[in-house]
Design a protein around this ligand. Structure first.
Ligand SMILES: CC(C)(COP(=O)(O)OP(=O)(O)OC[C@H]1O[C@@H](n2cnc3c(N)ncnc32)[C@H](O)[C@@H]1OP(=O)(O)O)[C@@H](O)C(=O)NCCC(=O)NCCS
Length: 290
């Protein structure tokens, strides 16, 4: 997988670095600063040896969930997304992927069971078709959403039903092409905020507004908790791969965002995957704003 150039609008001008890493080799132990946000994107179509290794790292609950998918490609995507999640979190925590333990909040948001002294990592995962996106931060709530952009989707109908009146009006003010981009801006930003809060759809979708007009910075504009709640959150809009839209909502104060595109290389030996080789980044670039 070659280096891609995902586009992102960083909060308040934070520099954005994008790198490529190759699973299972690197990066060995990513360093996450207290004001950093790390993003990981990966295609969920692995070599067979990678799927096998990732499946081995899942717990019984994840394997049971995987087994419930009727379609093989859906099963593979689930296995790879959750195996990579374990792999990446294990690198931060310096533990083997299979030793990662989760707990689940009332509405299903997973978080880490952390041992005493472990970094206070928080994460959120999203997957759509064959792309997964993972956000990792320290001591901040975070939510992420990625969506495959589907031409021909009833964007006007869905936004009229699910967006707030202000967002729906912002959509209607745009021409047809801009409306599609605005729709995915709105959808992913709303989902990211809901996921950061961990409340699922118990948080009414019309109880808050996000920016969605193309070219405008990603932002939470209105929320039920008033201006204090609005100031609490930063939103980031990005295109993690061609044909996908995504957003991250994170508690404010992020100064630096680093993203990795994770390429999946075949396992050379049967017990690999937990290697401690160093970061094999191929370079970094400042992303374009959108
Ligand atoms: C539960 C919910 C987070 C699912 O979102 P989704 O877009 O279907 O799926 P995503 O891939 O983005 O996220 C799923 C992952 O989020 C995590 N997750 C699960 N429940 C969560 C919650 N309450 N809060 C945050 N993250 C959650 C899990 O890691 C999950 O992965 P898994 O399903 O493979 O275990 C929920 O917000 C939802 O059902 N959203 C759909 C709302 C909608 O219809 N919006 C209309 C457009 S605005």
């Amino acid at each position: 997988m070659g280096r891609r150039s995902p586009r992102t609008a960083a909060p308040r001008g934070a520099p954005v670095l994008w790198r490529t890493a190759v699973y299972p080799r690197g990066p060995g132990a990513p360093r996450l600063g207290p004001d950093e946000l790390h993003l990981w994107s990966a295609r969920l179509c692995p070599p067979a040896s990678v799927e096998l290794r990732l499946r081995q790292s899942l717990d019984d609950d994840e394997r049971a969930r995987a087994a419930r998918f009727m379609m093989a490609h859906d099963r593979t995507r689930f296995v790879v997304a959750h195996g990579l999640l374990r792999h990446v979190l294990g690198r931060y925590l310096r533990v083997a992927p299979e030793l990662i333990q989760y707990r689940y909040a009332n509405r299903g948001k997973p978080s880490l069971v952390l041992r005493r002294g472990a970094p206070r990592l928080q994460f959120n995962l999203s997957h759509s078709e064959d792309l997964a996106l993972l956000a990792v931060v320290l001591r901040r709530r975070v939510g992420v959403d990625v969506e495959r952009v589907q031409p021909g989707r009833d964007t006007a109908g869905i936004s009229a039903r699910f967006f707030s009146p202000g967002e729906a009006a912002a959509m209607r003010a745009l021409g047809p092409d801009a409306q599609v981009e605005a729709f995915y801006n709105g959808w992913t930003r709303k989902e990211a905020y809901i996921k950061a809060r961990g409340e699922g759809l118990s948080l009414p979708l019309d109880s808050f507004d996000v920016s969605l007009t193309p070219g405008e910075p990603a932002a939470l504009l209105r929320a039920a908790g008033g201006s204090r709640e609005v100031r609490r959150w930063e939103l980031v809009g990005l295109t993690p791969a061609p044909g996908y839209a995504a957003a991250v909502a994170v508690e404010a104060g992020i100064r630096r965002i680093v993203g990795w595109t994770l390429a999946l290389a075949p396992h050379e030996t049967s017990g690999g995957g937990g290697g401690d080789s160093d970061d094999d980044s191929t370079g970094a670039g400042r992303a374009e704003s959108r």
